[in-house]
Design a protein around this ligand. Structure first.
Ligand code: GLU
Length: 492
C-alpha cells in the first residue's frame, strides 16, 4: 500500500510555524516513500472563516517549498483543485457527510439531540458543582424514531451525536507515543453534525481521511485527546483506521507552547523579515526530529532521504531563535548574491537609502555592498541597520574602543596621509587600497592594529566590521574623502 498523507489546516489566516512543521513532516514522509501528499482545507467552522486565508496558506506553502500532489491549488490567481479524491474543501463535501451520517443514524451509532444550549449549560454547571467532569448527560440518547420525527417536523433545532457505548475501552497505537487506552465513560457523545448542518471537525476528518485513502495521520498533539472518538468512528463505519502520529508541540525557550505572544510564529512574518525558506525548513525539521548523526545543515533532498518517523521525538522541541538566526546566516552566506540583493532592495528602498531607480542603475554597486555585509546578517531586513556607513555622511563613533582609538596620537597624521593617497590613486579598488596600506606601513611605520583599526574607525565609527579594503572599494573615492574630512573636522 503506498503512503498517502495529508496536511489539513483550518484557514485561520496565517500558517503557524508548528503547522509548517506538520506539513513538512507529511511531505517528507510522502516523498521518501514515493507516496502522495494531499492538502485539504478544513473549513467546517463557518464562524471562524477568514477572508483570503486559503490564498495566504497556499502562498506560505509555495514560499516554503513544500508542494502538494493533490488538493487545493491556485491557478492563475484562482483557487481550484487537483486530484481524484476531491472536493478537497470540506464545505464542498456536505452531501458526502450527510450520506455517512445517515448510515450511522440507521445503525443506531448516532442520534439526534434536541437539547437547547440553556439545558446543556445547566447540566454542565450541575456536574461541575458536584465535582464531576462536565459531559453530555445522554438526555436524547433513547428518543424513539417517532419522537425524533415529531421534533423535526415541529422545526426544533438539533445536532447529531455519536452514540458511544458505556464503559468500553478504546485502544489505538500512536506511532510516536505507543498504546493509548481511553474508556468511553471519560468521553462525550461527540457532536458529529451541528445545527447548521455542517459536520464537526471530528466527523469530517474521519470521513475524509477514509475516502481520501490516507494511510498516516500526522498532526499536532492537541488532537491526541480527540483520536479515541475518531478511532471509534472508524470502527462503527466499518473502516480501517490510518496510522496516527501525534507530533509534540513546539515550545518557546521557557518550555511553554509557542504562541503569538512570544513574537513571530507566522510563516509570513519570517518571510517578511528576510529568512530564507530553506533555512526555516531546515530549522523546523530539527525541532522534533533528529538525524542519526550530529549534522545540522540539511537540504530538502537530504531531509527526504534521511527522515523517518522513528526518529521523531516524543518530547516537545524548543524553538530557539538564536539557532534559527545562525542557520539563516549560514544560508544567506551560501546563497546566490543576486538573490540576496533582490531580497534586500525593498528594505533599502523602504528605509529611504535608495530609490527604485538606484536599484536599477546602481545594481552592481548594491550587489557589492550586499556581498560585503551579508556575513553580518541574521536575516535580510537587518541590512538597513548595517549599511549606514555607505549612505550617511555623518559618522557616529561607538562608545568604548572606537572612542579610545580616535584619541590616538598618530591619527591626525595618518588621516592626512590616507587622504592624500586616496586623492592621488588612479583607481579605488581592493588592490589599490591594499597597495596604499602597504605604502603607509613602509613609509610611516604604522602596522597592524595601529593602521587598520584607526582607518576603520575614522571611516565607519566602529572598531569592527566587514573586510576593510572591500568596504572602502564600495564607498568609492568621493565618499572616502568626505568621510575622512568629516572625521578630521568633527571627531579628532
Ligand atoms: N483542521 C485541523 C487543524 O487545523 C487539522 C487536524 C488534523 O490534522 O486532523 O489543525
Amino acid at each position: 500500500m503506498s503512503v498517502r498523507v495529508r496536511f489539513a489546516p483550518s484557514p485561520t489566516g496565517f500558517v503557524h510555524i508548528g503547522s509548517l512543521r506538520t506539513a513538512l513532516y507529511n511531505y517528507l514522509l510522502a516523498r521518501k516513500h514515493n507516496g502522495k501528499y494531499v492538502l485539504r482545507i478544513e473549513d467546517t467552522d463557518q464562524t471562524r472563516l477568514v477572508e483570503g486565508a486559503i490564498e495566504n496558506l497556499l502562498d506560505s506553502m509555495e514560499w516554503a517549498g513544500i508542494p502538494h500532489d493533490e488538493g487545493v491549488v491556485m491557478e492563475n490567481g484562482v483557487i481550484t483543485e487537483k486530484g481524484e479524491y476531491g472536493p478537497y474543501i470540506q464545505s464542498n463535501r456536505l452531501d458526502i457527510y450527510h450520506k455517512h451520517i445517515k448510515a450511522l443514524l440507521e445503525t443506531g451509532d448516532a442520534y439526534h439531540c434536541f437539547c437547547s444550549k440553556e439545558r446543556l449549560d445547566e447540566v454542565r454547571e450541575k456536574q461541575r458543582a458536584a465535582g464531576q467532569t462536565a459531559k453530555y448527560d445522554g438526555h436524547c440518547r433513547e428518543l424513539t424514531k417517532e419522537e425524533v420525527q415529531k421534533n423535526i417536523e415541529a422545526g426544533m433545532p438539533y445536532v447529531i451525536r455519536l452514540k458511544l457505548p458505556e464503559n468500553t475501552d478504546i485502544v489505538f497505537d500512536d506511532v510516536i507515543r505507543g498504546r493509548v487506552v481511553v474508556n468511553t465513560d471519560e468521553i462525550d457523545d461527540q457532536v458529529l453534525i451541528k445545527s447548521d448542518g455542517f459536520p464537526t471537525y471530528h466527523f469530517a476528518v474521519v470521513v475524509d481521511d477514509h475516502l481520501m485513502k490516507i494511510t498516516h495521520v500526522i498532526r499536532g498533539e492537541e488532537w491526541l485527546p480527540s483520536t479515541p472518538k475518531h478511532v471509534y468512528l472508524y470502527q462503527v463505519l466499518g473502516w480501517e483506521a490510518p496510522k496516527f502520529v501525534h507530533l509534540s508541540n513546539i515550545l518557546n525557550t521557557d518550555k511553554k507552547k509557542l504562541s503569538k505572544r512570544h513574537g513571530d510564529v507566522a510563516v509570513e512574518d519570517f518571510a517578511k523579515k528576510g529568512y530564507l525558506p530553506e533555512a526555516l525548513v531546515n530549522f523546523i525539521a530539527l525541532i522534533g526530529w533528529s538525524p542519526e548523526d550530529a549534522r545540522e545543515i540539511f537540504s530538502m533532498e537530504e531531509l527526504i532521504s534521511e527522515f523517518s518517523l522513528e526518529r521523531v521525538s516524543r518530547s516537545g522541541g524548543v524553538f530557539d531563535v538564536n539557532k534559527l538566526n545562525w542557520m539563516n546566516n549560514h544560508y544567506i552566506q551560501k546563497a546566490d548574491i543576486g538573490r540576496i540583493t533582490k531580497m534586500a532592495i525593498p528594505h533599502l528602498i523602504k528605509a529611504g537609502y535608495i530609490t527604485e531607480k538606484d536599484a536599477e542603475e546602481r545594481y552592481e554597486w548594491l550587489e557589492d555592498m550586499v556581498l560585503a555585509i551579508r556575513e553580518r546578517l541574521d536575516y535580510v531586513s537587518q541590512i538597513v541597520d548595517k549599511v549606514d556607513i555607505f549612505f550617511k555622511d555623518e559618522i557616529v563613533p561607538d562608545e568604548g574602543e572606537a572612542m579610545e582609538i580616535l584619541k590616538l596620537e598618530h591619527i591626525p597624521h595618518l588621516l592626512d596621509v590616507l587622504h592624500e593617497k586616496i586623492s592621488n590613486a588612479e583607481t579605488i579598488d581592493i588592490a589599490s587600497i591594499k597597495k596604499i596600506f602597504k605604502e603607509i606601513q613602509k613609509e610611516e611605520g604604522y602596522k597592524g592594529p595601529k593602521l587598520f583599526k584607526p582607518i576603520r574607525v575614522a571611516l565607519t565609527g566602529s572598531a569592527q566590521g566587514p573586510d576593510l579594503p572591500l568596504i572602502m572599494q564600495i564607498m568609492g573615492r568621493e565618499n572616502l574623502l568626505s568621510r575622512i574630512e568629516y572625521t578630521q573636522k568633527n571627531l579628532i
